[in-house]
Write a protein that binds this ligand. Structure first.
Ligand code: ZN
Length: 439
């Protein structure tokens, strides 16, 4: 990927242009007054989907984020490149030998993962031993197109199938182990097949995990039958850091930009099923709680998040943690607020719209979508603002009839209400709190 592409990938063109030109959402694009000619009706349009802008007025010209900055800041390409690289956090200096070496190493590990993904996928489609896996995926309702698109695979229930396949291709055991695909035996181990390594994924359906650019960096494996653990992920490696990855983002990023919202689920199956039904703004977090790094990445595509997490108690704790992280990470904006004295006060407010979606009891997103995609669409529309969620979740353990419970409810909810960006909303929730504690 070239530096220019990487910068474009990292920057949201709408966000960049919005720092010069006030924009309003108009369908899939954004409109504003053209900064390059005088006008009273907006004819300047930004297309986040394609990363371009166009003036349909007097200029009748357009381009990408680079041409915009060159025109706006009166810079040549080299200067615009510097400015945007800095903004995107992309390193322009010639890379050091160590950095080059590390990148080559990651390239090698990605190539190993790519080979393994192709091998697993081939086995799922062609191996007799994968019969149960094919039957399972069929029962879960996945069609062949989705299986191919996500390159779902099957790891044979053997100790050395992948080991043999990859070493035959010329990869060294040390490298395959670093890619997380084989495990070195403890020395003096009981099993002596003459080799020092065994396959990490055995007898499992495997889902390749890709970075936002679609490069394979690891695998998630689901056991068939009753083995433990039910789910096994690639270990931490120079490629794979589960606290940073969002499963499906490579396929969902365009959908997230065009719908203006990201729906975050918990399972691989949920993501696959959503995409199978054309719902392409769904991604999965990789752990029990959303992390700051995951949200920092998502923020490049949207400011609106919908969390569709398990409705059981453990899920609630995870949701709360995720929402907490989200509030801390998301941008705060400074907004002018007129005061009663006719003055303007500037306040720091949360710029994100974070919602929580209520799943039917004992149903996962993939089941809801498969039964009725329209039901899913309704649930997304009906997702509750995070504040409503907090009202329920943060007061569930309190006795609101007592003074102590009332004080505690206020202590927990007050700061969250104060953070709300919209004055009407703030008043709404203050009243709701007052009603709840009858004060
Ligand atoms: Zn113009």
């Amino acid at each position: 990927m070239s530096v220019v592409d990487e910068i474009k990938d990292r920057l949201d063109i709408t966000e960049v242009i919005q720092s010069y030109v006030p924009l309003k959402k108009a369908g899939r694009s954004y409109k504003g007054l053209c900064p390059f000619h005088a006008e009273k009706t907006p004819s300047f349009v930004v297309f986040p989907h394609t990363g371009t802008w166009h003036c349909f007025g007097a200029c009748s010209t357009g381009g990408d984020v680079f041409t915009f900055i060159m025109k706006q800041e009166n810079l040549d390409f080299g200067e615009a490149l510097k400015l945007l690289a800095q903004r995107a956090g992309v390193e322009l200096e010639p890379a050091s030998p160590q950095a080059n070496e590390a990148e080559q190493r990651r390239d090698l590990l990605r190539a190993i993962n790519q080979s393994a993904a192709a091998y697993f996928h081939y086995l799922l489609s062609n191996s007799d031993e994968a019969e149960r896996a094919r039957a399972y995926l069929g029962e879960r309702g996945l069609d062949q197109e989705t299986i191919d698109r996500f390159q779902v695979g099957y790891a044979l229930d053997r100790w050395d199938a992948l080991f043999k396949y990859l070493t035959d291709k010329g990869y060294s055991p040390v490298d395959i182990a670093e890619a997380g695909l084989i495990v070195e035996r403890e020395s003096g181990g009981q099993q002596s097949s003459g080799r020092g390594y065994y396959d990490r994924f055995r007898g499992r359906i495997v889902f390749p995990i890709r970075d936002h650019q679609g490069r394979p960096i690891g695998f998630g494996g689901r056991i068939l039958g009753d083995g433990v653990p039910k789910y096994l992920n690639s270990p931490q490696s120079p490629l794979f850091d589960k606290s940073r990855v969002l499963f499906g983002l490579d396929l969902a990023k365009v959908g997230i930009r065009t719908t203006g919202e990201a729906v975050i689920v918990e399972g691989y199956m949920d993501v696959l099923m959503a995409h199978q039904y054309g719902i392409n703004n769904v991604i999965a977090q990789m752990g029990t709680a959303l992390t700051e790094a995951q949200l920092q990445r998502l923020k490049r595509y949207t400011q609106r998040f919908i969390l569709a997490l398990d409705s059981d108690a453990a899920g609630d704790q995870a949701t709360l943690r995720g929402l907490d992280v989200a509030r801390q990470v998301m941008d705060h904006e400074v907004v002018p607020v007129p005061t009663a004295q006719g003055l303007i006060r500037f306040e720091d407010r949360l710029a994100a719209d974070i919602r929580s979606l209520s799943l039917p009891p004992d149903e996962d997103p993939d089941e809801v979508i498969r039964e009725d995609p329209a039901h899913w669409a309704r649930l997304v529309v009906a997702a509750k603002p995070v504040m409503d969620y907090y009202f329920d979740a943060l007061t569930a353990d309190l006795d609101l009839a007592t003074a102590k419970g009332k004080a505690e409810a206020t202590r927990r909810l007050g700061p969250l209400i104060a953070e709300l960006g919209d004055r009407v909303q703030r008043t709404h929730y203050l009243q709701q709190l007052a009603r709840m504690i009858q004060v």
